[in-house]
Design a protein around this ligand. Structure first.
Ligand SMILES: [Zn+2]
Length: 104
């Protein structure tokens, strides 16, 4: 089997490439981060706005403000978690009402 590096297309100049130069597009120099770059939080905070590869959606995501992006992600996560918790409680309620613990 021949190894074929994944190809990306620059979201700004449409340059098709497999390898970046110093995390940047070889065509226009735009900073393009992929997961394997493992940038630190401090680094991202300093850069603030950048393109980040989403391996699930297979496209570039533009992060306008890293701090804000983090807050938004946290809020969404919290919301989802709370919804799941409420749903779990609602599922439990009819059980307790019908006397699941009444057998003791
Ligand atoms: Zn480019």
């Amino acid at each position: 089997m021949k190894f074929r590096p994944r190809r990306y297309q620059c979201p700004r100049c449409r340059w098709d490439f497999a390898f970046r130069k110093k995390r940047c597009c070889p065509g226009c120099g735009t900073l393009l981060l992929i997961v394997s770059d493992v940038p630190t939080d401090a680094e991202l905070t300093e850069i603030k706005s950048f393109w980040m590869w989403d391996p699930v959606k297979e496209k570039w995501d533009y992060i306008r403000d890293w701090e804000e992006h983090k807050r938004e992600a946290m809020r969404k996560f919290e919301q989802r978690w709370r919804t799941a918790l409420v749903e779990a409680k609602q599922k439990l309620r009819p059980l307790t009402r019908s006397g699941a613990f009444g057998t003791f």
